[in-house]
Design a protein. Structure first.
Length: 87
């Protein structure tokens, strides 16, 4: 599914219309801010940020759902003494 490109704002335009920038981020989705014609930042609504950064399960669940689980990979460590280093 292709997402539309975020609307682009120059830094100067974003500063001059910051309230509108926030409203558009809430209503229309991410808004790109450019500096010297190059992407510099993206403004997103709090709801979008929380949705994208929400934790999805625990570390235990992550490992339980790993495609390597049950693969027979040996993850045991060798018991070697530390090596000598010249400092």
């Amino acid at each position: 599914m292709n997402r539309p490109e975020p609307k682009s704002w120059t830094v100067a335009n974003a500063k001059a219309h910051f309230s509108e920038l926030i409203d558009k981020a809430k209503a229309e989705g991410p808004q790109m801010v450019t500096r010297n014609g190059r992407p510099a930042a993206v403004l997103v609504s709090v709801e979008e940020w929380e949705r994208k950064t929400a934790r999805k399960g625990t570390l235990t669940e992550f490992f339980q759902n790993s495609p390597l689980r049950g693969s027979g990979i040996d993850l045991t460590r060798e018991d070697h003494p530390p090596r000598d280093l010249d400092l």
